[in-house]
Design a protein around this ligand. Sequence first.
Ligand code: GLN
Length: 285
Amino acid sequence: MNKKLIITFLLGLLLLFVAACGSSDDGDTEEADNANDETEEAADDTESTDGTDESGDKEVYTVATDNAYVPFEYLDEESGELVGFDIDLITALAEEAGIEIEIETLEFSGIVAGLGSGKFDIGIAGMTITEERKESIDFTQPYYEAGLILAVNEENVDEIKSIDDVDGKVVATRVGSTSEEYLKENTDAKPEAFPEIVEAYQNVLAGRADAVLYDLPNVQYYSEKEAGGKLITVGEKLTGEDYGIGFPKGSEIRDKIDEALTTLKENGTYDDIYEKWFGDRPEGT
Ligand code: GLN
């Protein structure tokens, strides 16, 4: 009887002890988790119903990006993760600006419209700053200087040597892109625009299109890494393709991200990301 009482008493003490430790432990780990995981959404209890915090800023901003645009944003074949220059840049910019982001991928042609209607808060997708787009969305300062280039199947190199030789030819490109616009405005080619740029390359390689016109870094990357030397760039680079990050008109975070971009360009972070994806540091640094 005595023994039983003592055991019950000790068990009781043990339970109290465990409970006390447990509760203080929980508190610690929760805080540590939150501090460690910077990309995690803020805990529910600090969020008000409209998703804004006390300062009126939204807590999580949606970033729209392209689903397949090497090397700016694409799914890594091995890990299945969304990677690329733009992804690293927007992640670093969000950190610098002190905002949380959530990335969504979609077909390129839906991004400008989605920003214009306020469906997304930020758009980064190797998106060229154009006067037409500026009518419906706002941009940051340029963050990358691209340019368009023509490429042909290796069998066509003698026939199509530059953009001057494309009249009457089928030139593949992507729906809603500056290249599609360029072909319509400046050439008498027959543009054939695909939702995904990789389809344009495949059509040229299969001989169903005579050439492809697209942004130089993308064409170069594809022709070197995927096309096994069968897709050849021809002629001069057509300039005037500055990439900017887009926002709905009047967005309150445009300036924050733009300032963060200036900071990252000055402190070397931009150059590090550039070097990671393009192999060398940008000119002039
Ligand atoms: N720079 C081109 C444009 O803005 C293509 C971008 C893309 O395909 N992601 O139209």
